[in-house]
Design a protein around this ligand. Structure first.
Ligand code: HAM
Length: 459
């Protein structure tokens, strides 16, 4: 986890603001979801065997009984000479032991709560909970917020990371929906200035054809098992498709010889993929078909896609998504088609920084330098006017020496210093100094406001 500080946070706001604008133009509305959900939601949707659910969930048992048991365990430690910190640690250890020895057995289902590792499952849960299938047309939702996965931290991979995601739910699985969603994504990346993105897509079939393909893949993998590393060997049993994701150098040649899903799609899935390509062409979308793009979540059917961006090393996927027809039904809702994506905001910000595409976000447009009580009154009034017009204005809270005040303005990265002293007040003209080249103008209040408004580089 990490903190995001100004001025970097301004960059994040800019990107999120553009996402809101672009998504709105495509008819999406924002959904604000809870940060934690029941563990079962993700076990049933993302899948109990996936890495995200089996290894990476931040989970706890949320029950008054847990708190009571912890309190009792702590009290029992009072006389054993522990420090406070040790007491808490030891109490937790003892609680885990009592859970393991059947503490919750009389309660039925243990109330396990997780910090959400993704939001598609939450959107589907909300769709069912609020009967959104009765709304006219497709339900188009977007969300912006933190997700949590206990991964090994590295560049572009955090335990708390941020996603900007969108989902389309409804009765239709028309490939034009898939293509329009990708069009929106690419439009968003273009608007924020993320250059050099590559779109990869695939179809991973449906409930009809995928099991047959997975069986064929598994059989083929068994034959080459001894040429694969321990992770891939394990996945042959748990989730054979994930072997295709392997980045292990020595496995690449073997993987290239494996059966490809594209050759095993049923007629309906083949048609869907062909129509998707036509829809891409209609929109001028160029992508690369990649038969190995299977994605790490169980709910996908047919279309899957990922977008990579430069400057990120091995964690170069800035967006992943795909179709999940039937997921709403699986979670107890009506038969529903669905497709969506999630953008990894942390990685987008990293890529923008690495490729020199961060926007100019000066923290301050105008630094007001005032000297004397009369000047402070002018400074306060002018600052309010400028701030009303959207300029970022700093007014020192205490009178400063002229040199010191200019020095601070420079260090804050201000574009202009507005100088107000006795002479300026007497003359009815303020001095506006452009700090980059020290060019100075004497302006009346009206001229000053006009000049700054006309300076289109700022505000
Ligand atoms: P995902 O591929 O697991 O898909 O995550 C989407 C994006 O989130 C990734 O491409 C990456 O940019 C970012 N991301 C994932 N894990 C981390 C991490 N530990 N640190 C930083 N960034 C990360 C999903 O989450 C699906 N819910 C997407 C979706 C929506 N499919 C359909 N609808």
């Amino acid at each position: 986890m990490r903190d995001i500080l100004p001025p970097e946070s301004a960059q994040w706001n800019r990107v999120e603001h553009i996402a809101r604008e672009v998504f709105k133009a495509y008819g999406f509305g924002e959904i604000r979801l809870p940060i934690f959900e029941r563990a079962r939601l993700f076990e049933r949707s993302v899948g109990g065997e996936t890495e995200i659910v089996s290894k990476e969930l931040h989970m706890w048992i949320d029950s008054p009984r847990t708190n009571e048991a912890l309190r009792q365990a702590r009290n029992a430690l009072v006389h054993e000479g522990w420090t406070d910190e040790q007491k808490v640690g030891e109490a937790h250890k003892r609680l885990i032991e009592s859970i393991n020895s059947g503490f919750f057995d009389s309660m039925g289902e243990v109330p396990r709560i997780v910090l959400r590792p993704e939001a598609t499952a939450s959107v589907c849960r909300a769709y069912i909970e609020h009967g959104m299938h009765t709304r006219p047309g497709n339900t188009k939702l977007y969300y912006i917020g933190p997700m949590f996965r206990r991964e090994r931290p590295q560049k572009g991979r955090y335990r708390q990371f941020y996603q900007i995601g969108a989902e389309v739910l409804g009765q239709s699985d028309a490939p034009a929906i898939d293509a329009e969603l990708v069009e929106m994504l690419l439009h968003f990346f273009a608007r924020i200035g993320l250059d050099g993105c590559t779109l990869y897509y695939n179809s991973i079939g449906c409930r009809e054809c995928r099991p047959k393909y997975v069986a064929a893949l598994k059989a083929a993998l068994e034959k080459v098992k001894d040429r694969l590393g321990p992770d891939s060997q394990r996945r042959i049993e748990t989730n054979p498709l994930r072997v295709l994701d392997s980045k292990v150098e020595s496995e690449q040649a073997v993987i290239e010889t494996l059966p490809r899903i594209t050759d095993h799609l049923c007629a309906a899935c083949r048609e869907h993929l062909a129509a998707l390509k036509q829809q891409f062409a209609l929109r001028g979308i160029e992508g690369t078909e990649n038969w190995r793009l299977v994605r790490g979540l169980d709910y996908y059917t047919r279309t899957t896609f990922e977008i990579t961006a430069p400057g990120l090393g091995s964690q170069n996927a800035v967006c992943g998504g795909g179709r999940y027809d039937g997921l709403v039904e699986l979670l107890g809702g009506p038969p529903t088609k669905g497709i969506g994506f999630a953008i990894g905001t942390d990685r987008v910000m990293l890529s923008l920084a690495e490729t020199g595409r961060l926007a100019d976000t000066a923290a301050c447009d105008v630094f007001v330098t005032w000297m004397g009580a009369a000047a402070q009154a002018h400074a306060i009034r002018l600052a309010r006017k400028l701030r009303d017009t959207g300029f970022r204005v700093e007014v020192p809270a205490e009178e400063m020496k002229f040199r010191k005040s200019l020095d601070l303005a420079n260090r804050l990265g201000a574009r202009y210093a507005l100088i107000i002293g006795e002479n300026e007040i007497a003359a009815g003209r303020y001095a506006l100094k452009r700090l980059a080249d020290a060019v100075q103008k004497e302006l009346t209040e009206g001229e000053l406001l006009e000049f700054l408004k006309g300076d289109r580089a700022i505000g």
